[in-house]
Design a protein around this ligand. Structure first.
Ligand SMILES: C[S@@+](CC[C@H](N)C(=O)[O-])C[C@H]1O[C@@H](n2cnc3c(N)ncnc32)[C@H](O)[C@@H]1O
Length: 247
């Protein structure tokens, strides 16, 4: 298991400091940078006794492997990897679960954007298969703008089995698929719910699709056949939010 990781970008570094300050080992800030947005980061770092070093742009570019670091990079202890047991422990204390399943998303920008959408929609956790999915990389954290520190990501060994265990707990699973007959605006998305999204190229795998209780589509008016997975995720989650608030 990885022991240390890198997080970069203003929102991502501030979020890890705010939510898990004990994980932050050291912070590097671009020397000569006079940016008000750094103030909360420096304040929280000082409050928790986290060492802050000033470094050149080249050093920060190297530490972030060329990422968009916005003048701040943190060395952090790797986050605990959450599994099926953690998922069920969370569900046992959750009244009306609202979950997102991502069936094999591999692009860190897409996972980061889905985490951001999930946080904004009030999703309690994202479930992904352990294999053939991107995990919590530095790029994911940066794109998630802090949401990677808030929304738990559960990495499960057998997604179909986990889906069955969700259904046993009374959670309805709606899978998003462009060719589904029922559209997202007519589906009922209230109550205990998990929305399952497919991967960038292949969509939902056959077994995942067959494990869903219903399939929903987002009507497409133009000529392209599908939306980017993070855009489709945002639409499905916020239609569910709309219905849940209207109840
Ligand atoms: C880029 S799409 C995958 C396209 C893939 N060729 C397919 O056949 O599903 C990634 C995921 O976003 C969701 N998605 C994209 N467009 C959608 C739409 N119009 N309706 C419902 N879900 C959609 C689905 O979950 C899909 O698996």
């Amino acid at each position: 298991m990885k022991k240390q990781d890198i997080t970069f970008g203003l929102h991502a570094v501030e979020a890890v400091l705010q939510n898990s300050p004990e994980r932050v080992i050291e912070i590097w800030v671009l020397q000569g940078r006079d940016d008000k947005r750094l103030i909360p980061i420096l304040e929280i770092a000082s409050q928790w006794g986290v060492s802050v070093q000033y470094a050149s742009r080249k050093a920060l570019d190297d530490k972030s492997a060329g990422g968009q670091h916005q003048g701040v990079v943190a060395k952090v202890k790797a986050a605990k990897i959450l599994n099926d047991n953690d998922l069920h422990a969370m569900l046992d204390g959750t009244e009306t679960p609202f979950l997102l399943i991502l069936d094999g998303v591999t692009d860190p920008h897409n996972l980061g954007a889905c985490l951001r959408n999930a946080d904004a929609a009030g999703v309690q956790g994202i479930i992904v298969p352990k294999d053939n999915s991107v995990g919590l990389t530095p790029v994911v954290s940066k794109v998630a703008c802090g949401a990677a520190e808030i929304v738990p990501l559960y990495q499960v060994t057998n997604l179909a089995r986990t889906m069955r265990s969700l259904q046993d707990k009374g959670i309805w699973i709606a899978g998003a698929a462009g060719e589904a007959d029922s559209d997202v605006y007519q589906a009922s998305l209230t109550g205990p719910l998990a929305i399952a999204m497919g991967a960038e190229g292949k969509g939902l795998r056959r077994l995942t699709r067959e494990s869903c209780d219903s399939l929903i589509s987002i009507p497409m008016a133009g000529s392209v056949s599908s939306l980017n997975v993070s855009v489709a995720t945002g639409i499905c989650l916020f239609e569910a939010v709309r219905q849940r608030l209207a109840k």
